[in-house]
Design a protein around this ligand. Structure first.
Ligand code: ZN
Length: 129
């Protein structure tokens, strides 16, 4: 199995068995974001500790394989991160998180959806000014 098909396997696994799927009670961050170019929708909830570090993340919604897999991986990846760390993330970090996959132009927005939602939510909550 070459690397590309290994990443694909991992993505399909997250797509079929998304981690942290659902909604947190009393979240500090509660945001919905969609990606109209593909029809992906995410509802992201997160809780932060007193220092602003992410201690829990859940997501729900619907989307393509890429956005769902990215969201599932992101909920695990974001735990323990500070708002500054999350704010500094971009496409390179997401591609690395997804196993070093290189995304085509049309798929970038799908993969970035959970990160964009988190960054937007941090902005709204005043955690990353
Ligand atoms: Zn998509």
């Amino acid at each position: 199995m070459n690397n590309d098909s290994l990443y694909r396997e991992q993505m399909l696994d997250h797509y079929h068995n998304p981690q942290n799927f659902g909604e947190l009670e009393a979240p500090d961050i509660d945001i919905e974001l969609d990606n109209p170019t593909c029809g992906d929708m995410i509802h992201l909830t997160a809780r932060l500790d007193d220092d602003g570090r992410v201690i829990a993340v859940k997501f729900e919604g619907h989307g393509c394989v890429i956005s769902t897999a990215s969201s599932s991986m992101f909920t695990e990846f974001a735990i323990g991160k500070t708002p500054e760390e999350l704010k500094a993330m971009g496409l390179a970090e997401i591609q690395e998180m997804m196993g070093g996959i290189r995304l085509s132009m049309g798929r970038i927005k799908c993969a970035l959806l959970p990160l964009n939602a988190m960054q937007e939510g941090l902005k709204e909550s005043g955690e990353a000014s």
